[in-house]
Design a protein around this ligand. Structure first.
Ligand SMILES: *[C@@H]1O[C@H](CO)[C@@H](O)[C@H](O)[C@H]1NC(C)=O
Ligand SMILES: *[C@@H]1O[C@H](CO)[C@@H](O)[C@H](O)[C@H]1NC(C)=O
Ligand SMILES: *[C@@H]1O[C@H](CO)[C@@H](O)[C@H](O)[C@H]1NC(C)=O
Ligand SMILES: *[C@@H]1O[C@H](CO)[C@@H](O)[C@H](O)[C@H]1NC(C)=O
Ligand SMILES: *[C@@H]1O[C@H](CO)[C@@H](O)[C@H](O)[C@H]1NC(C)=O
Length: 266
């Protein structure tokens, strides 16, 4: 019996021991759940963080994109505005240019009228003693000189011997009536008969500064009222020079206007 009991005890003990062991084993197996829970939480937190980060990135990205878009639109508008301003500025500049050339035209016309009444009016765009016609100045030099000397005299005044190349100048020269005055015709080797002034204006006889022309030439052209004649270049006569007029100075005319006003008052 006792033996049985003992066995039973033993068995019981044994079983309890094994149970114990089993329990222990179970405990050993059951122990990990605590760390796995933490890991899961951590993983979850990490995922959440990642998600948050992603969302943040997305939000940030869209904000960035929106701001960029707005800024680009602003830039485009600014560019458009700049273009409008630029075209406006060029338009205004054109208007100013037009206005100033109109003003210049008016000043020139007014000055020409003043010049008709007072040949040495301050506004005259030609030097003293020079006649003014359109955009050129003319002067007769009354010293008797050879053609070459006359040509030289003109060049010392930054001018050249007169060439009549259009109707307007022709009309002006005819109205002034010049007698026996060298012209800027090319010297020629063979004598030519005289012809009417009108017939010469379209000719190619007008002198184009060319020294070989001078060397070969013996006969030079001169004006006698309404005609052109040829004579030895070494004979002496007067000469008529021409040069470009300066633009009429608007301020010079205004100054004279003031003086005229005062003169009128006196
Ligand atoms: C351009 O010029 C016109 C007048 O010529 C004016 O009315 C308009 O306001 C100007 N535009 C700008 C953007 O300056
Ligand atoms: C200035 O503009 C007007 C029209 O606005 C035109 O008739 C005129 O010919 C222009 N003048 C010049 C010198 O361009
Ligand atoms: C001719 O022109 C030169 C330079 O362009 C100038 O120095 C000189 O004063 C002018 N002479 C006359 C007489 O106009
Ligand atoms: C005629 O010719 C002169 C120069 O010889 C020139 O100054 C003038 O402008 C010309 N006139 C015309 C209407 O072409
Ligand atoms: C100058 O004259 C020579 C001879 O008449 C001619 O061959 C030459 O082409 C002329 N030059 C100019 C620039 O007219």
């Amino acid at each position: 019996m006792s033996e049985e009991v003992t066995y039973a005890d033993l068995k019981f003990q044994d079983s309890s021991e094994t149970e114990n062991i089993q329990e222990f084993d179970q405990d050993a197996v059951k122990a990990p759940p605590a760390p796995s829970h933490v890991w899961r939480q951590r993983a979850l937190a990490l995922i959440l963080l990642c998600l948050l980060l992603l969302i943040g990135l997305g939000v940030f990205g869209s904000i960035f994109y929106l701001t960029l878009k707005i800024e680009m639109e602003k830039l485009e508008k600014l560019q458009d505005f700049k273009d409008i301003l630029q075209s406006n500025v060029s338009l205004q500049l054109k208007k100013i240019k037009n206005l100033s050339s109109t003003l210049q035209e008016m000043a020139t016309k007014l000055c020409y009228e003043l010049y008709q009444k007072e040949p040495e009016h301050k506004c005259k765009p030609c030097p003293e003693e020079w006649m003014w016609h359109e955009d050129s100045c003319y002067r007769e030099f009354v010293n008797y000189e050879t053609w070459q000397q006359s040509d030289f005299t003109c060049s010392t005044h930054n001018a050249s011997l007169l060439k009549i190349k259009n109707e307007s100048v022709l009309k002006f020269i005819k109205s002034k009536k010049f007698y026996d005055v060298w012209l800027g015709l090319s010297p020629i080797e063979d004598y030519k008969y005289g012809k009417e002034l009108d017939a010469t204006i379209i000719s190619s006889d007008w002198f184009t500064r060319n020294t070989s022309d001078l060397n070969g030439g013996k006969y030079c052209g001169y004006i006698y009222e309404l005609h052109v004649y040829y004579d030895f270049c070494t004979n002496k006569r007067k000469g008529i020079c021409e040069k470009l007029a300066n633009p009429v100075k608007i301020e010079s005319m205004l100054m004279n206007e003031e003086q005229d006003g005062r003169m009128l008052l006196v």
